[in-house]
Design a protein. Structure first.
Length: 332
């Protein structure tokens, strides 16, 4: 009996990869789901050094952009979670009411908030002890904010998606986060939205409406190409389109394009779910042994753990050179 089982297992192992390889085509029957996450709340360009306006501590342009993003999220009826850097609330070392109110507005809109460290710390640079302190500093701000609504923080997102330089560091961080009631929020759809946003911010500064419009028009198809790429990689690795988790940043470009992006995803058959639902998919229990510095997708991390060759990762859509030039960063 044991020998028969063994043979059956070998036969299955031979058959399964062939079956998954033979069916990479995207079909209408795929249940396409996606959870949207926004990093660097209350706003990516807001930090303790942001020049102060005449009144308050939030420049009016940022306040208006934040309202536009929330209206866009609410208007599209999509669940979303925002990951907070609590140091962005500070001026002169003190949390500012008008900045904290931006987070309250997220909660008032029925959206979730998670921990993204106090100062956007890089685990690979500061090391475990300082990183844990940074997580706890954010927790001290986030927890009372959520407690007012009878909720508590449960999600943690690593800045730069750097999750540890060694398996030991990763295990230590995993244990620390679990002990403090946090689950790691992975990302399967990455993008260089921050590069496009830097270009857009320059066009806003100059009052260059034509370039703003051009960026908006090309950015949404770029994001959709990124989703499409990771959808196909998911089918290639897992045999199905997993519920994706997408990382965007809290910035003006996303505020001004989110409804078009959502419409584009819906046209492709996507429906929007929260992070918890996405992560119920068994793929999220796969091994992630990645210890590199590249803030890469969890699909790629699983593929590395599964020993996929370099061919698996090719074809990732990049940002055009005119955008990287305008943003002032090297070409992708
Ligand atoms: Zn971040």
């Amino acid at each position: 009996m044991k020998g028969w089982l063994h043979l059956a297992c070998i036969a299955l192992m031979c058959l399964l990869p062939a079956a998954t390889r033979a069916a990479p085509a995207v079909t209408a029957s795929q249940d396409r789901r996606i959870a949207i996450t926004f990093d660097d709340l209350p706003w990516a360009s807001l930090d303790p050094n942001t020049p102060l306006p005449a009144q308050g501590t939030v420049p009016p342009r940022i306040a208006a952009e934040s309202v536009r993003l929330l209206q866009a999220i609410e208007g599209t009826g999509t669940p979303a979670i925002g990951f907070v850097n609590s140091a962005r609330l500070l001026v002169g070392g003190q949390p500012q009411a008008d900045r904290t109110a931006m987070l309250d507005a997220w909660l008032d809109a029925g959206l979730e908030l998670g921990n993204h460290t106090d100062t956007h710390a890089d685990l690979h640079i500061v090391g475990i002890q300082a990183y844990e302190d940074d997580i706890l500093a954010c927790d001290r701000v986030l927890r009372p904010l959520l407690a007012k609504r009878g909720r508590e923080p449960q999600w943690f997102r690593h800045p730069y998606l750097r999750t540890g330089r060694t398996p030991e560091d990763k295990a230590a961080m995993g244990a620390f986060l679990a002990a403090h009631g946090y689950r790691i929020a992975p990302v399967t759809v990455t993008s260089s939205d921050w590069i496009w946003a830097a270009a857009y911010a320059k066009a806003l500064d100059r009052g260059d409406a034509a370039t703003q419009a051009k960026l908006r028009a090309q950015y949404v198809p770029y994001l959709l190409r990124r989703v499409n790429y990771f959808e196909h990689r998911s089918i290639r690795l897992l045999g199905y389109a997993l519920p994706q988790v997408m990382l965007l940043h809290a910035n003006a470009l996303n505020a001004d394009t989110y409804p078009d992006f959502v419409a584009g995803l819906r046209a492709r058959g996507y429906r929007f779910v929260d992070l918890d639902e996405a992560m119920r998919d068994p793929a999220y229990r796969r091994a992630d042994k990645f210890t590199g510095a590249l803030g890469t997708s969890w699909i790629h991390r699983w593929a590395i753990a599964a020993g996929r060759s370099w061919k698996f990762y090719g074809g990732e859509p990049t940002s055009p050179k005119w955008v990287t030039d305008l943003a002032g960063v090297p070409p992708e």
